[in-house]
Write a protein of this length. Structure first.
Length: 396
């Protein structure tokens, strides 16, 4: 059967970039695959460009080396080599077919058949390929699905999910960005049935995908669907409330995964962070978002300075979103929080020691007392005023 393109478009400008053009000169049979094709057809920006080739990986490497290009054998077992041009990597992967899958890993064999390679990809919108002259090859209706906002698995949804359970979370990630149409019944059934199997995935991969879902411009429909199908309870067993997330998004809060997670999560932050192995920075920020004080539009400058002395401005701003603040007054408050200088208490332990106070607990006690006085005054007293206050406390 002849391999005919589904359509032709004007060759995208990125295909004429010197580094990519140099690769395609060496590998004329290669095509662009994956996200770059999908996003070009959708009129969206993208970062990475991946190529596929019917040549075995060793032959790809030989051609690149013969052309004087730097190449790294990043994944020969799976057919992937990386060309490095001008310090930037481009992956070239040999066409593959699955030989064996276990829900997490796949054993592959190389093939020269583009359709066979496309058939092992997850979704129809990700299974398209494009030549350098703009010929688009679409074996499973991905272009139509892209235009209709429909996310479909390639082939039988149940089989595709069973091959790799991470595809369940990837489904919601792509649904949040490219979906909109209700999935068909076989897809819904496959996602629902696979929810208990998500515990077999590494928690790092689960958190990565969950973060990407929450980073979508509007993830509410995707997260609501996760909730309906039991997937949300499987990945956030601590408890989640989609309605709180929906209100946060409607208020126009930033598309920040941790901010949205703070709204969605109803259970204990420490349990959630420990189970999914969040970084210390992520854990601490999530805790701050749930527990930091709340600035209000009626707060004067002194009150805001007191808050800023102990809590980062970005956390205070994010707390206003979580608290339900919207409208002009709350927007003005956020601008004030961002623009105010961060107050810094001007004394240190050596200032106390200079007054003859012996080292030990009294030093910290005195510093805390002076800092409380400094806070009460709106955090404006300078170092000399604070030293005078300290002398009065010592003298008293």
């Amino acid at each position: 059967m002849m391999d005919l393109p589904a359509c032709r478009i004007a060759p995208p400008a990125f295909l004429s970039e010197p580094r990519l053009s140099a690769l395609l000169d060496v590998l004329p049979e290669a095509r662009v695959v994956g996200g770059a094709v999908r996003d070009t057809l959708a009129g969206r920006a993208f970062v990475d460009v991946d190529l596929a080739s019917p040549l075995p990986p060793e032959a790809v490497m030989e051609r690149l080396i013969a052309a004087g290009l730097k190449v790294v054998p990043t994944g020969l077992t799976h057919g992937t080599v990386t060309a490095v041009l001008d310090g930037r990597p481009i992956e070239i992967t040999t066409l593959r077919r699955d030989v064996e899958t276990d829900g997490r890993h796949a054993v592959v064999a190389f093939t020269g058949d583009w359709r066979e390679d496309a058939a092992r990809r997850d979704f129809t919108i990700n299974a398209m390929s494009m030549t350098r002259d703009g010929a688009v090859f679409d074996y499973f209706g991905g272009l139509r699905d892209l235009h209709e906002g429909r996310l479909r698995f390639v082939g039988d949804p149940a089989l595709r999910v069973a091959e790799d359970y991470l595809r369940v979370l990837r489904f919601f990630r792509f649904f949040a960005r490219y979906g909109g149409a209700e999935p068909d019944d076989p897809t819904m059934a496959a996602l629902r049935s696979a929810a208990p199997r998500l515990e077999s995935l590494s928690v790092e991969r689960v958190w990565h995908e969950l973060s990407l879902i929450l980073s979508a411009p509007d993830p509410v429909a995707a997260v609501s669907l996760m909730d309906r199908l039991g997937v949300l309870a499987a990945v956030v067993p601590e408890g989640a409330d989609v309605s709180v997330l929906a209100r946060l998004v409607r208020r126009g809060a930033p598309a920040d995964a941790l901010l949205r997670m703070a709204a969605l999560l109803t259970g204990e932050v420490l349990e959630f962070a420990a189970r999914l192995k969040l970084s210390l920075a992520e854990r601490d920020r999530l805790m701050a978002l749930r527990g930091a004080p709340l600035a209000r539009p009626e707060d004067d400058a002194a009150a805001l300075r007191r808050l800023l002395a102990d809590t980062p401005a970005n956390v205070l701003v994010d707390r206003t979103w979580l608290a339900g603040g919207d409208g002009a007054a709350w927007n003005l408050l956020r601008d004030r929080l961002r623009s105010l200088p961060i107050p810094v208490f001007p004394l240190e332990g050596r200032d106390v020691l200079a007054l003859g106070v012996p080292p030990g607990p009294p030093v910290g006690k005195l510093l805390r007392a002076v800092r409380a006085w400094w806070l009460d005054g709106g955090c404006v007293a300078d170092v000399d005023a604070c030293r005078d206050a300290m002398r009065r406390l010592v003298g008293g």
